[in-house]
Design a protein around this ligand. Structure first.
Ligand SMILES: *Cc1c(COP(=O)(O)O)cnc(C)c1O
Length: 230
């Protein structure tokens, strides 16, 4: 019997990338969508530049990090070596890290509170270029997790538009680990649709195909590309 070896530990980064891209294409096709509608964000958190470079060599340009400080330690050097990198912040952003984050990231997936929106406005007024913005939604209403509760999203988006003049591109969620992710993806899609938002950041290594079926435009894939995090 022939089988494709997809164990991240033993396969080259380029073939892992190729395998994930093929799965994204297949999931898109099954959902009647085009693969080009879906951006693969390679989540490189905890991995050093040495582990990231092979994916850059293989053509990947879109990466996600969850800590500002860690990203600041490796991405400026990688940007000197590779052009066209698009960096996404997918972890929580503390206001005191805002300026560092603005220097580094092209897209912020975790706008989740008025205080951060106001800090972004202040930075913009001071001449800073803002990243593209996604609102994080706490679809599982978990107390320990960041994100706007589902019931508050419409109002928060209204404030973004009217009070802060912040353009929100889409919504992001991280479903509770113990629940069926499809329910959360469907909820996120519904909230986005009724608010006229076209972008959905949802789906990780274990569930990105489900997310694509339910409308994901940005999937955030870490361990399936880089291997298990230490
Ligand atoms: C780590 C992380 C991912 C990637 O998770 P994997 O299961 O390794 O694919 C995606 N999204 C967020 C917000 C993360 O913190």
């Amino acid at each position: 019997m022939t089988s494709t070896n997809t164990d991240p530990a033993t396969v080259s980064p380029a073939s892992r990338l190729e395998a994930i891209r093929a799965r994204i294409s297949a999931a898109a096709r099954d959902a009647g969508r085009r693969a080009e509608e879906i951006s693969l964000i390679a989540v490189s958190k905890t991995f050093e530049a040495d582990a990231i470079a092979p994916l850059l060599d293989a053509g990947q340009r879109c990466f996600g990090e969850n800590r500002v400080q860690e990203a600041a330690g490796k991405w400026p050097h990688l940007r000197e070596r590779y052009s066209g990198i698009e960096l996404h912040l997918i972890g929580p952003l503390q206001s005191n890290k805002l300026n560092d984050a603005l220097d580094l990231f092209d897209v912020l997936h975790t706008l989740d509170r008025a205080k951060l929106a106001e800090a972004l406005v202040k930075a913009r007024d001071a001449g800073k270029r803002l990243p593209r913005l996604f609102l994080q939604v706490n679809t599982g209403e978990e107390p320990q997790k960041a994100g706007v509760p589902p019931g508050d999203v419409d109002r928060f988006l209204e404030r973004c538009r009217n009070d802060w003049k912040l353009e929100i591109e889409g919504l992001m969620c991280i479903p509770p680990v113990t629940e069926e992710p499809a329910l959360h993806f469907a909820l996120l899609e519904k909230i986005a649709r009724r608010n006229g938002l076209s972008k959905l950041s949802m789906g990780m290594s274990a569930d990105f195909e489900t997310a694509i079926r339910l409308g994901a435009t940005h999937v955030r894939v870490g361990s399936a590309l880089f291997g298990t995090r230490g």
